[in-house]
Design a protein around this ligand. Sequence first.
Ligand code: AMP
Length: 483
Amino acid sequence: MTKFSDLKLDPKVLKAVEDAGYETPTPIQAGAIPPALEGRDVLGIAQTGTGKTASFTLPMISLLKRGRARARMPRSLVLAPTRELAAQVAENFDIYAQHTKLTKALLIGGVSFGEQDKLIDRGVDVLIATPGRLLDHFERGKLLLTGVQIMVVDEADRMLDMGFIPDIERIFQLTPFTRQTLFFSATMAPEIERITNTFLSNPEKIEVARAATTGENIKQGVLMFKPSRRDRAATEKRKILRGLIDAEGDACTNAIIFCNRKVDVDVVAKSLKKYGYNAEPIHGDLDQSQRMKTLAGFRDGSIRFLIASDVAARGLDIPTVSHVFNYDVPSHAEDYVHRIGRTGRAGRSGVAYMICAPIDEKNLADIERLVQSEIPRLDAPKGTPAPAAAEETTEEKPKRSRSRSRRKKDETPEESPAPEVAPEAEAEQGEEREPRRRSRGGRGRGGDRGGDRGGQTPQGLGDHLPDFIARSFADRSETPDPS
Ligand code: AMP
């Protein structure tokens, strides 16, 4: 078995790994670190939970050890799709680079440009950014990417989902042709394949098993939910959720409950709280400091249930989740894999239960096709409307039920009126992504776009800039004062 000491990492990095308590490299680390240290491009097909962050940060730190950063010219660049993921990569850097003098800056929306400018002006070794915010800095003339020696693209498949691929291509073109590229994606969609063929040079390809699809340590189940009456659907669904939670008893130490829409994240969180559950929502309409606070509470156990949307939860590193509840069947089958991958990590056992309403049956079929197995059907928990009762409803109106599950794409789903779904889904994507380019050449479009919503007032850290975001490795006392 490979040991960290076999990997030719810099001794200071090795020490940090030891301090972190890691004993052996994970498969993606054992596969990616040696070629990365040789200066080769790496294509890692791996998802969160496999140790992929360390698989690119450890060699990067080792390689960057020599040399000095010049003002406004970062020596390396890590691109991540969401603010949270970027902040998490930055936290990882803090840990692994603690014995070095490397400096970093984190460029994400919701934080003032001024603070970020100061860090860039000083010169940073490592720049960790979301694509939109990075391009904003570039367009403001505050940043040069011609000194980038190593570029990392993390969670490329999510970048694709969020419409970031054109931004990524542009960023690639702004960096030197001679750079080293470390590229990570959970899946290889054709568009991702195209990007890697264009921008990677003879990469070493490392693919690690998708634990979530094969993970025998995750107990999966789906409850086929048919409301007794349409106007009771939402109330009954929430009751089912409580029933599922209660049936797990103490085995459910904590859980992430996924909803497809932000509006449901709020409603479900509120409802659970009303019934005495220790629950908090997390989605993009909450400001950054609130999201960070909720996450910290969930990590330290003071919050038991995190109600989340896919975008908000994506990539978050929460090592010990006992349960995942899919309140809704995700509309992209891949999201199911990501969601349930939040539990059963690092060899622990986990439980992933889902509620499937009639209109979700097609999505359920897509998921089962993707994971190549049937998800076991669950009995309704005690005290909740039993599927049998619901079947009575179906029998009474068989045609309606059938026509619903065969509903054509453009017909309006009955439980989720289309006009509500579309703007929410759109908003959900829009809020997490950094502002899209509205005017490519555009400096001086009213200055700081600030937030994730174009011209709107930036939501964000404001005065609550967490330490780890702003500090540099070299001198933590240099943390700039938040404006
Ligand atoms: P990631 O896939 O990068 O999100 O990492 C998932 C989790 O695994 C994080 O909590 C890391 O701290 C942890 N981790 C990374 N590498 C190792 C390792 N070699 N041994 C044990 N834990 C690790």
